[in-house]
Design a binder for this molecule. Structure first.
Ligand code: WT7
Length: 647
């Protein structure tokens, strides 16, 4: 562990919204009087009918519910648009920076309001009503934000599917949520290459399980020739042009759903994480303001994709609710070259920059000279999210990007949490590279041992959150029992995060990674079970076991042990075929980095695969396998060690 401590500089503290004294006082109030605290801060957004109740939560597994501001009504898009029109209608809401560095666009609040209103009316014309589901499968272009806000405007529930997911994965999500409309583009663009989104969407919609979709809306983006189904497909631009620019926002209840976002767990298919309207928006906007010390006029850039929760909370909803200028970047950090991120910061005078450790590591490998090519003097705050940031990457980010004057906020949270839970605040928290530091207001983390006993002081254990916060997910879409099982059954009375953490003598949290069978590849969550079921769906595969393996750039890579059917011969060609197969079943982010042919897998006598052993072998730590005597056939272990791939 790095022993360096970076105290808050006087200059940062002076201009910051929250300094040390204020953090201490607000944190104290937030945990001693959560009702009072969240009642007061709930007023940061505009309510149509103000709430009178603040919190109503039960973590009892027999009767589990989470409600915040439950008698209030609002409209999320009106909070992100209409309420800013009088004061900042002509201010830029979204800066779009294309994949092609010569393409960018500034969209004002007034303009965004009109685009959203038109598309919301178009959706209504297509028969989309309050509570209906709309799947968004778009690249990082303004139409993605417009689509989200248009759904919010009419009370429809959006579910964004990351553009890198395969037709199979898209079909599964459309089927699970029963979407009436799907929104896509002719093509996406990444690093100068087209991504066949419309073709993928066509394939997904032809899937036998997908029966709910009535219309496919297509944004013309690259202009590529695409197949067309006259009965089903409509051009986004045409229906927006035809629609009225006047669309009064639909009044929704605080607890009406805003969106569903699928995420991987340790077992089964991805879960539809459901977030509602009022509490989510209060929490996303409040964390955006305080964690990034957002001041009026700042240009803020989060490099995530709207296909992930980071894009929901910290590209669209949080920033726009705060009247911020938020940058949407379509491209990749390496195109046209490794200076792209920094050139974009220079071009748009970015003040706050929020990215993932995997990007930092990849750029660090290219060398600091790429950073020196750009003028980064506008930067004030840096952020990190998605996985633990290793101290080397932190120090590099701090020195070369932040020039030793920008604090780095290492923000720990999850799709389920809706917003940041453990994080430094720039003006209040002394930094330790690699630590997400301290809880945000209202958040009470605890570390538990295996029996569920709370551990005190400097210690290590399972990270849980003791009480609810407004941004918490409310259920798994269509499967409340799974919600209870996944998050509230391991330990009683708390929210189980699935992460392990260490707490040091200063009370700082250091996330150590997942304690379940979830792996984190470049900040993207992947269930090992999902990759396994993709592999065994291949006709030549009998069995598969997948584990995470340390990876220099991605954080974790995917290591698959594959047992072929008895009559199949292993070959490099088949290896390539399996990688392609997994990409087709799930998407490129699930591509195995290693495939090891395994005539047998280490199993207990009851048939349970001992992943602990497989993880050690994959990581080349086979001298620390621990007890293998309980295995049904201890002999398989030697074969696995002899044939390991990651030497
Ligand atoms: C998992 C959640 C949070 C939005 C992006 C990922 C890991 C996330 C950090 C961090 C250490 C982190 C955790 C968590 N994680 N941020 N700052 N330090 N680990 O959302 O896909 O839901 O993944 O990402 O393991 O449980 P997600």
């Amino acid at each position: 562990m790095s022993a360096n401590v970076y105290p808050v500089s006087e200059e940062t503290a002076k201009g910051a919204l929250i300094d040390k004294a204020k953090y201490d006082a607000m944190y104290k109030q937030s945990v001693e009087d959560p009702e009072g605290f969240w009642g007061e801060h709930g007023k940061r957004i505009d309510w149509i009918k103000p709430f009178t109740k603040v919190k109503n939560v039960s973590y009892d597994p027999h009767n589990l519910y989470i409600k915040w501001y439950e008698d209030g009504t609002l409209n999320v898009s009106a909070n992100c648009l209409d309420r800013h029109l009088a004061t900042r209608g002509d201010q830029t809401a979204i800066i779009f920076e294309g994949d092609d560095p010569s393409v960018s666009e500034h969209i004002t609040y007034k303009d965004l309001h009109e685009r959203v209103s038109r598309f919301a009316n178009a959706l209504k014309t297509m028969g989309v009503n309050k509570g209906d589901r709309v799947v968004i499968y778009l690249p990082m272009i303004p139409a993605a934000a417009v689509s989200m806000l248009a759904c919010a405007r009419i009370g429809a529930i959006h579910s964004i599917v990351f553009g890198g997911f395969s037709p199979e994965a898209l079909a599964g999500r459309i089927e699970d949520c029963g979407a009436k409309v799907v929104i896509t583009a002719d093509e996406g663009l990444r690093g100068g290459r087209g991504v066949a989104l419309k073709r993928n969407a066509d394939e997904a919609l032809s899937h036998p399980g997908v029966k709910s979709v009535e219309k496919l809306v297509v944004v013309k983006h690259t202009g590529k020739d695409i197949p067309w189904n006259d009965a089903r497909d409509v051009w986004y631009q045409d229906i927006c042009d035809a629609a009225s620019p006047d669309c009064p926002p639909t009044e929704v209840n605080a607890e009406d759903p805003l969106f569903v976002l699928y995420t991987s767990g340790s077992t089964g298919k991805p879960k539809g994480v459901l977030h509602t309207s009022g509490g989510y928006l209060v929490y996303a906007s409040m964390t955006h303001q305080y964690v990034f010390d957002y001041h009026d006029g700042d240009v803020y850039w989060c490099t995530a994709d709207v296909g992930w929760v980071t894009g929901h909370s910290y590209i669209v909803y949080g920033p726009l609710a705060n009247g911020a200028t938020t940058l949407m970047f379509e491209g990749v950090p390496s195109y046209p070259d490794a200076s792209r991120f920094w050139k974009v910061c220079e071009k748009h005078k970015v003040n706050i920059f929020y990215t993932a450790p995997t990007a930092i590591r990849a750029l660090m490998r290219e060398g600091a000279e790429w950073v020196e090519k750009a003028d980064l003097s506008s930067l004030r705050i840096l952020g990190s999210v998605g996985e633990p940031i290793n101290p080397e990457a932190w120090e590099w980010y701090h020195e070369h990007v932040g020039k030793r004057k920008c604090p780095i906020v290492d923000t720990w949270w999850q799709t389920e949490t809706g917003g940041i839970l453990i994080t430094p605040l720039p003006g209040a928290t002394d930094l330790k590279p690699g630590s997400a530091t301290l809880p945000f207001f209202g958040v009470e983390p605890a570390l538990l041992d295996h029996e569920g006993n709370e551990l005190e002081g400097a210690t290590e254990g399972s990270l849980v959150i003791k009480y609810s916060w407004p941004g918490q997910m409310r259920t798994v879409y269509g499967d409340h029992e799974r919600f209870i099982q996944t998050y509230f059954s391991t330990f009683a009375g708390v929210y189980t995060t699935g992460d392990g953490a260490r707490r040091d003598e200063d009370g700082y949290y250091w996330i150590t990674g997942r304690v379940d069978d979830v792996i984190n590849v470049s900040g993207h969550r992947m269930g090992t079970a999902e990759v396994e079921s993709a592999l065994v769906a291949h006709p030549k595969v009998a069995e598969a076991a997948v584990v995470g393996v340390p990876h220099d750039i991605k954080g974790q890579g995917i290591y698959a042990y594959v047992t072929l059917n008895a009559d199949e011969e292993p070959s490099d060609e088949l290896r390539g075929e399996l990688v392609k197969w997994v990409r087709k079943e799930i998407g490129p982010i699930a591509s195995p980095d290693y495939i090891q042919w395994s005539p047998g897998l280490p199993k207990t006598r009851s048939g349970k695969i001992m992943r602990r052993i497989l993880r050690k072998i994959a990581a080349n730590e086979y001298d620390q396998l621990g007890d293998t005597s309980t295995l049904a056939d201890p002999g398989v272990v030697d074969d696995l060690i002899d044939n390991r791939q990651n030497r």
